[in-house]
Design a protein around this ligand. Structure first.
Ligand code: BDR
Ligand code: CA
Length: 307
């Protein structure tokens, strides 16, 4: 047994997901036990295909399980405007090796992986929370062996899918509600920090020199519309991995969080009760701010290792 932190990544690649996954796969501190896919940026079939393409590209042997095809109640709306029609436009990965794809549903694969683990597992959720909500509802016994759920999603202020809704949470607000009220340790790395986790053109030029990986990432960056290539690309999902590997980049506070599931106008808006108006006990650690300088140093160092 190694001393690495065991994680499950639940994801919807997604260009920024792809970068976050790469960092996790090459970190000496993390042991990726399973990648679970969820409908989000593009369809479930495409996000699963993209995950397999990444693992094939990096020659990594991690089990992949396919999860939810649809949000719990909401209609699926993709983010092809941000990630392209394939979800990872810009680079030709070729056909992936499909031998890592499990037959079981990802909710069952997560349950098995968590219950079989000798030490508690951390879930890193970087897509809508549909699979995680189902896992916690169907198999509450897993809670005893989950260290924490670190998710990229929500916002202290505005949204990016709707006026007030951040994409991952607003795509499946009912799932987020289940996760937020689950009693499991939660860490929220939301839009507020994601908007400051930027890759600038000069960084991209350096990344381009990082061999085959650099070429792949640079090509994806040309198509990615999470921000702009010229003024800064937003590495939202890397913020969740960064919490595990370099938490000193964050300002954190224990807070009560909830999500709006009723109003048409603000559906999926996260309520982060920093001032304690609701008089509720904290249910999450929230990243309220990030040092862009530390993020950048950590990010560039991490990408360089992805070979
Ligand atoms: C989130 O939305 C998705 O498009 C990104 O992959 C990220 O997980 C940012 O709001
Ligand atoms: Ca994502």
């Amino acid at each position: 047994m190694n001393n690495k932190r065991k994680i499950i990544i639940d994801t919807d690649p997604g260009i920024d997901d792809a970068i976050a996954i790469a960092i996790a796969l090459f970190s000496e501190e993390l042991d990726v036990k399973l990648i679970s896919t969820v409908v989000g940026n593009v369809s479930l079939d495409l996000v699963t295909e993209n995950t397999l393409k990444l693992l094939t590209f990096f020659g990594k042997n991690v089990p992949v399980a396919k999860g939810s095809k649809e949000p719990l109640f909401q209609k699926f709306e993709d983010a092809t405007n941000v990630h392209g029609v394939s979800g990872m436009d810009g680079y030709d990965f070729g056909e992936p090796n499909r031998s890592n794809l499990l037959e079981e549903h990802s909710v069952n694969a997560m349950r098995r992986t968590i219950l079989e683990s000798e030490t508690p597992i951390t879930i890193v959720a970087i897509g809508p929370l549909t699979n995680i909500a189902l896992l916690l509802k169907m198999y509450p016994e897993v809670k005893n062996n989950i260290d924490e759920i670190v998710f990229m999603g929500g916002s202290l202020t505005r949204g990016n899918k709707t006026v007030m809704g951040e994409f991952n949470i607003a795509s499946d607000p009912e799932a987020a509600k289940i996760v937020f009220s689950s009693g499991v340790n939660l860490v929220m790395a939301g839009l507020d920090v994601g908007l400051k986790a930027l890759v600038y053109p000069e960084d991209s030029q350096i990344i381009k020199t990082f061999g085959k990986t650099g070429d792949m990432m640079y090509s994806l960056f040309q198509k990615y519309r999470g921000g702009s290539f010229k003024t800064g690309l937003k590495m939202y999902d890397s913020c969740a991995i960064a919490y595990l590997l370099c938490p000193e980049m964050y300002e954190l506070t224990d807070t009560f969080i909830d999500v709006e599931t009723q109003s048409n106008l603000t559906l999926g808006c996260t309520i982060v009760d920093l001032k304690g108006y609701l008089k509720k006990a904290p249910n999450a650690k929230v990243c309220t701010d990030i040092s862009p300088k530390i993020f950048k140093e950590w990010f560039m160092k991490s990408i360089k290792k992805c070979i």
